[in-house]
Design a protein around this ligand. Sequence first.
Ligand SMILES: CC(C)(COP(=O)(O)OP(=O)(O)OC[C@H]1O[C@@H](n2cnc3c(N)ncnc32)[C@H](O)[C@@H]1OP(=O)(O)O)[C@@H](O)C(=O)NCCC(=O)NCCS
Length: 262
Amino acid sequence: MIEIKNLSELHKPAYLMCLEEWSDEMKQAGDRKTIWYEKVKDKGLRVKVAIDEKENAVGMIQYIPIEQSFAQGENLYHILCIWVHGYNEGVGNFQKRGIGKLLLKAAEEDVKSLNFNGISAWGVSLPFWMKASWFKKQGYLKVDKHGMGVLLWKPFNPNAKPPKWIKLKKKPKKIPGKVTVTSFINGWCPAQNSIYERAKKAASEFGDKVIFKEIDTSNRQVFLEWGIGDALFIDDKSIRTGPPPTYEAIKKKIQKRVNKLK
Ligand SMILES: CC(C)(COP(=O)(O)OP(=O)(O)OC[C@H]1O[C@@H](n2cnc3c(N)ncnc32)[C@H](O)[C@@H]1OP(=O)(O)O)[C@@H](O)C(=O)NCCC(=O)NCCS
């Protein structure tokens, strides 16, 4: 028996760790999600959790007014992520038992009851991580694409206007004689937060040859200035962050650039 409930204090620690309290990787992500949560909890963030008969949180969906997200639109909510616990560790694997569908339905009903015109979601066009095709199967329409990131939506009434991605406006510049590691970090996603922590640590290994810059995109103005939510750049090159690169992989990439310095 699974129940879908609003997030309560009881399940907040699990939610803040994306239901992976057992995971060392999650612990490495630091407390940025908590800081982000405190910032946005009164700005319309909604979280629903799937609870099993033992009172464990086994799934979650979080959605936010689109003005707080990485997309633009009018009177829409945007799903940041949906996650049904899929590992054997911790509470165990709960995927493919209909919980994802229940969570999505609960979020849609909630957004309708708040009188919003529709809901948008995002996924990737590759067969891992949050697949865009899963939302398509649930009746979402593809409206925009940015790299591998597909934006989809489900309008609830004929007045609804389709959302768009906010796209890259500028990127970090190369600084002569140095290697620059720039981490754009919003805080909402622990996977991204752990990349930030790894990049910061890796950059510090190279002394003054490498400059580490942190750009806090939870500040809306900062995000709009760049058009980048979460990303890692070495000099002016964007590093692929899905699936999250290991500390060693990031360090190796920095090392390659350092080797090219005169
Ligand atoms: C996508 C996800 C939310 C679906 O939840 P779920 O509880 O496993 O899915 P459900 O049992 O509700 O299945 C709903 C439908 O999706 C299909 N489905 C579920 N998982 C699927 C998968 N991995 N690939 C293809 N289809 C899948 C089911 O067959 C079902 O199809 P139907 O409507 O024809 O019956 C869940 O699998 C998940 O969390 N995946 C990882 C997503 C992720 O990376 N999120 C980002 C974390 S930050």
